[in-house]
Write a protein that binds this ligand. Sequence first.
Ligand SMILES: [Zn+2]
Length: 162
Amino acid sequence: MTEHEIKVSFKEYNTITELDPADEKLCEQAVIAMKNSHSPYSKFRVGAALRLKSGKIILGSNQENAAYPSGLCAERVALFHWGANHPDDPIEAMAVTAFTEEFPILKPVTSCGSCLQVLAEYERKQGTPVKTILYCLDGPTWVINGIETFLPFLFFEERLNG
Ligand SMILES: [Zn+2]
């Protein structure tokens, strides 16, 4: 038997003014993205903003539906838009934020496993890591470099690529 240990590291900032100016702006874009959240069921608004190498910004927000499984997270709305429209313009960073009037959110909201899996595949496809910025409006901001920090046992099978 061999026991392995995986160490996860990320950076925590008290305010987004401590971030690089471009990352601070991206957090503000994630807040703007929340405006188009369609979340009448959870009342939990999520915004995601991607910054591409060209400087282009892509916004996504969570989109719910009365037929619950038909909805989609903010991150995947933005990521699939990127995959469908800008696949040759690499994603440098993704900022995510959330807000609800139901309860205070005092720490960053982390992405679900499905969104991380999608991010992982696009990161591998473009060949460069994506900086993920989890922006909490009433708490700290976490910055994580590269998906494998998030999801060390992500599913990836080179042989499925043909
Ligand atoms: Zn998700």
